[in-house]
Design a protein around this ligand. Structure first.
Ligand code: PRP
Ligand code: MN
Ligand code: MG
Length: 182
């Protein structure tokens, strides 16, 4: 399509709703980590938008770092077997880590990541995600900060991609079936 709008079915969360929710989440995070060290860990590439906007809503002098991970296996769903493509620059021993994600779908990526980061001896590891999908309830994952619980649809935008596209939509919406049906 010439324009991303042609590939969109409907808007689920507007730009304004994202901004409002991020403000609320940032206030909670500011309160929880007041006077404490905080390292935000963004998971590339989906988390770029939420990291950039959340970090700017915080008053806390948090640091930011990034990881890139890739799940093995074919298909569009993750297998739970993850490999690190880019590791953290920071040593997280005795530090408070807050993982920042765009979406938790099966929850397999984060289950693995939380285990991996906890093995490095941090003071704490918590999770912040813009979107949680219903499948995530089937894994044992304690998610402290959740932007929106959304249904199990093909969602795109605000970091979420389909075949690497649509991450740059400023809102979250569903993908029109014609895009993936032919
Ligand atoms: C997506 C998304 C999460 C993960 C969630 O990343 O950004 O990181 O999948 O899926 P799960 O809960 O089923 O494990 P992806 O691996 O597509 O990489 P990307 O961030 O570069 O799009
Ligand atoms: Mn991702
Ligand atoms: Mg992806």
């Amino acid at each position: 399509a010439k324009d991303m709008g042609e590939d969109l079915e409907k808007v689920l969360v507007t730009e304004e709703e994202i901004k409002t929710r991020l403000r609320e989440m940032a206030a909670e995070i500011d309160a929880a980590y007041a006077g404490k060290d905080l390292l935000l860990v963004g998971v590339l590439k989906g988390a770029v938008m939420v990291m950039a906007d959340l970090a700017r809503e915080l008053h806390h002098p948090a640091e930011t770092d990034w990881m890139a991970v890739s799940s093995y296996g074919a298909g569009t769903t993750s297998s739970g077997v993850v490999r690190i493509l880019k590791d953290l620059d920071a040593d997280i021993k005795d530090r408070n880590v807050l993982i920042v994600e765009d979406v938790i779908d099966s929850g397999l990526t984060l289950s693995w990541l939380v285990g991996n980061l906890k093995s490095r001896g941090p003071a704490s590891v918590e999770i912040c995600t813009m979107v949680r999908k219903p499948l995530a309830f089937s894994v044992d994952l304690d998610v402290k900060y959740i932007g929106f619980d959304l249904p199990n649809e093909f969602i795109i935008g605000y970091g979420l991609d389909y075949a690497e596209k649509y991450r740059n939509l400023p809102f979250i919406g569903t993908l029109a079936p014609h895009v993936y049906q032919d």
